[in-house]
Design a protein around this ligand. Structure first.
Ligand code: NAP
Length: 315
């Protein structure tokens, strides 16, 4: 239970990655300003979190079951919290999906939307009315740089993140009237189980109905550049957790929060050209003509500190 003066933070998807690190970072706040309700859909997956939380577990961190795809699970979890009070809601749970569109069954696409879009909406719908009554609250959504810029072979994942960005951009205006803040966290690649799951999936899966050229581009060219991009540009979940803490603690939290300075030129390029040609053509050349050069450029950009000004930094 939260002590007087502590903010109640509910985080989804805490069994691994960004959710786990964010739960631990906030629960270990030196001033003990937060009581973290770290949720996951299957408590059998709690061990890594409990170990990382150490003494915070049972003090500033407690566990709860929550499957973002289930209305019942969301209701049960929120009803189980004292006075249903959630001061800060961190929507982190998410799933990925890559592959040529023609080979992906519609049901698989719907599952991605069920988690990445409706999962967030479900939580916001449950928590927002109480925040409105209290005239206070902060809702964080971990989207992605892919919520702002499309990426080849990530069509459906990107669409789910664009969808939630659009939903939140609209809702943010209304929520301001109730003193409720809404912030997007937009990481680029992060070294979590997400990356491993993606690589394993591509290696193992068949992609029926895909022509040989597309299949080669996907399984050989795309997979290799995705691995390289993770290696060169990847951030740690700990960095993202510290960025989230910084956004929570800001006196006027920003709506957009890119965490990786290497992606600011890509987003700037998109907004600089309202025709969309720059980003579509630019990505075409980057992917199909300049693959190896892209890796070199990324390595140089990594050390360019001027890019950091446009992002939220962990420190
Ligand atoms: N890693 C990246 O490169 C990257 C980049 C940009 C944005 N993101 C976003 O960051 C967020 C966290 O991902 P991550 O990188 O930390 O990956 P991760 O290690 O795979 O963690 C994803 C978490 O979401 C949980 N989850 C999935 N479906 C759920 C459901 N129906 N109900 C509740 N929890 C569910 C998973 O739980 P289980 O253990 O039960 O599967 C897991 O705890 C996601 O929204 C992702 O889209 C990731």
């Amino acid at each position: 239970m939260a002590s007087p003066g502590q903010k109640v933070v509910l985080i989804t998807g805490c069994s691994s990655g960004i959710g786990l690190r964010t739960a631990v970072t906030l629960a270990k706040d030196k001033q003990k300003r937060y009581h973290v309700i770290a949720t996951m859909r299957d408590l059998k997956r709690k061990d890594k979190l409990v170990e990382a939380a150490g003494e915070a577990y049972g003090n500033t961190l407690s566990l709860a079951v929550l499957d973002v795809c289930s209305d019942e699970s969301v209701k049960q979890c929120i009803n189980g919290i004292e006075d249903r009070r959630v001061d800060i809601l961190i929507n982190n749970a998410g799933v990925g999906l890559v592959g040529p569109v023609e080979s992906i069954p519609i049901e698989d696409m719907q599952k991605v939307f069920e988690t990445n879009f409706f999962g967030v909406v479900r939580l916001i719908k449950e928590v927002m009315p109480d925040m409105k009554k209290r005239k206070e609250g902060h809702i964080i959504v971990v989207t992605s740089v892919m919520g702002l810029q499309g990426v080849v072979f990530n069509d459906v994942y990107t669409a789910s993140k664009f969808a939630i960005e659009g939903f939140c951009e609209s809702l943010a205006v209304q929520l301001l009237r109730f003193n409720i803040r809404l912030s997007m966290i937009e990481p680029g690649p992060v070294h979590t189980e997400f990356e491993g799951k993606m690589i394993q999936e591509v290696m193992q899966k068949e992609y029926p109905g895909t022509d040989p050229d597309t299949l080669y581009q996907f399984k050989t060219i795309y997979l290799q550049s995705a691995i390289n991009i993770f290696e060169i540009m990847g951030q740690t979940p700990d960095v993202i957790a510290r960025c989230i803490k910084k956004v929570i603690e800001a006196s006027t939290p920003r709506f957009h929060n890119l965490t990786n300075p290497l992606y600011t030129p890509i987003i700037a390029m998109k907004y600089a050209d309202e025709t969309g040609t720059l980003s579509v053509q630019g990505f075409y050349h980057m992917f199909y003509s300049l693959g190896p050069l892209l890796n070199v450029t990324a390595a140089v950009m990594r050390f360019s500190s001027f890019l950091k000004r446009r992002t939220v930094s962990p420190d």
